[in-house]
Design a protein around this ligand. Sequence first.
Ligand code: ZN
Length: 184
Amino acid sequence: MNETWWQAVVNCDQRFDSVFYYGVATTTIFCKPSCRSRDPRQENVRFFHSVDEARNKGFRACKRCKPEEPKWYADTEIAVRINELIDRRYAEPWTLARFGEELHMSPYHVQRMFSRATNTSPAKALLARRLQVARQELLGASDSITDIALAAGFRSGAHFSSVFLKESGCTPSEYRLTHQTRTR
Ligand SMILES: [Zn+2]
C-alpha cells in the first residue's frame, strides 16, 4: 500500500487528481483521489496510474467524480493559472516552490502538469515573459538597463544582459540602439 496515496484518498486531496486513481475491489468502481464518496476500507483499495489501467482491470468510472474526464483538462487548468501569475506578477522572485504554494500543489506536480500542457517549463515561460517586458521597455523608456532589468524581474543588470545576449544575439544596449535607429 502506497501510504502517501492512501492519505490522499482519505483527505480527498485534489492535488493528486490525474496523478493516480483508486478503485474499490468490492464495488469495482474507480475514483479520483478528490472524490467525496465514503472512504473505502483500506484492504479493498486498488491504485491505478491511469483510467485505462483501471478499465483494463474491470473497474467502472464513478458517476460522482467522473474520473474519465480527459487528463489534459487538469493540466491545462494548471498551465492557465501559472501563466496568469507569470503574466501579471513576472517581477516577483518566483521559484517552483512558490508556484506550488500559490496553487496548493507540490513543486513536482506544478512542473509536471505545466510541462505536459505547454511543452515548456514554468521557469522558461517566466523568462520569456520577462524578456518580452524588457524588450518593450528598451524601446519605449529611457530608463537605464539596470532599472529595466530589475523592473522586469531579473536579479541584476549583469544577469539580464547575459540572458538577453544569449536569447537575442545582442546586448540590451545594442538592441535599443539598433531598434531606435530603425524607428527614427
Ligand atoms: Zn468517485
